[in-house]
Write a protein that binds this ligand. Sequence first.
Ligand code: GDP
Ligand code: IMO
Ligand code: MG
Length: 421
Amino acid sequence: MTVTLVIGTQWGDEGKGKVVDYYSKNADYVVRFQGGNNAGHTIKVGEEVYKLHVVPSGVIQGKTGIIGNGVVIDPDILLQEIDELIQRGKKPKLLISDRANIIMPYHKILDGAEEQYLGDKKIGTTKRGIGPCYSDKVARNGIRAIDLTNEDRLKKLLDRILPLKQKLIDIYGIKTTLEQKEILKTYSAYGKRLQEYITATHLELYNAMQKKKNILLEGAQGTMLDVEFGTYPFTTSSHVIAGGSSIGAGIGPRTIDEIIGIVKAYTTRVGEGPFPTELLDKTGQHLQKVGHEIGTTTSRPRRCGWLDLVIIRHSCILSGITKLAITKLDVLNSLPEIKVCTHYNLNGKKIDYFPASIDDVAVCKPVYKTFKGWDTIDSKTSSFFALPKEAQTYLRFIEKETTVPIELVSIGPGRSETIDV
Ligand code: GDP
Ligand code: IMO
Ligand code: MG
């Protein structure tokens, strides 16, 4: 039995969908434990491309997907995703935690309203209602999956919560009336459809571990979007780092055997907030174009820059990462030189840690080491030593600086374009 955790080490979109799909072949259960449909995980198998937002990526390999208690669920989006998978002949085996919080219509309205109110100081959220839903969970005003399955209970909750939300919506000057009857009808109907999946998933996982099953935990977003350790307040609202997986799946922290940190061979970010190695030049545009760096969820172009080892070390420390998976190495093909940030210069002082204040981060100047580039990587390369020598040097440098071994190198979006080191 093994419990393996896969997490993003940067600002999301590191290739978690691809890597989780790859590791799913040995898993019995694949578990999402935080985030919601702000995530967009891409899996490419042959010519088929799947973009999943809430359903765990492992269902494409036919494994049981679990949506854990730490996830926030938009039932409308989840049902659309299930229906699309059924249409494509991939009916998912799915379990949903009875304790997962539900994204309600007012969460989406308020996400948009707050962003609009902030104007040029906005966070650049996905406007999926993620922040307001997590806020309500902590403020104990949440509605959970189990509540959708009992109309009387749902009505009582709406009686208590809707007037509060209406007041907020009115304060923002938004001309929307929350229609209780309509919301009750719609969300009860979601409950009826989702009932077959809703269960105590933490017990399912506990029993699976007793039976020595293999469990794969699928992170969403990346360390720098973590609500505690990311570029706060330009973060998401959940615990992205390894510790979040124990809470969000309902498993003991000592059950986790391996923690795989995914590192995109360069850096990207969607939304606002500081990004020390961002390239606002032709190289940045080149990475954006060659890497097809367009948001999977919102279709916004992703900001691009060089690999930043300060943030990768930050991730390794926070999550106790045991192995690295490097993705999108092929995107660096044909660049004459490739830079890697090893430290920052903060007001004349060399630092190797990520500062807490975004004002400090904003003035950090990256200190780079320059590597010679390589021409191309054959997409059929199946061993580390068959990679161009310069690419091997680049990868070995990442290992040396993080002191974490690389287990996997991805050289294309497809399942087969993967080197098991
Ligand atoms: P996630 O959110 O971490 O799952 O990542 P996304 O799916 O949002 O974005 C990653 C994008 O890169 C997707 O379009 C993947 O198909 C693609 N991708 C993943 N690995 C590789 C790789 O090694 N090379 C290339 N060229 N594309 C990749
Ligand atoms: P995956 O799992 C990249 C970003 C948003 C915004 C900030 C807050 O595909 O890697 P939110 O809607 O969560 O309140 O937005 O977080 N963000 C992501 N960026 N990949 C993601 O997920 C993201 N999920 C949220 O762009 O900057
Ligand atoms: Mg994504």
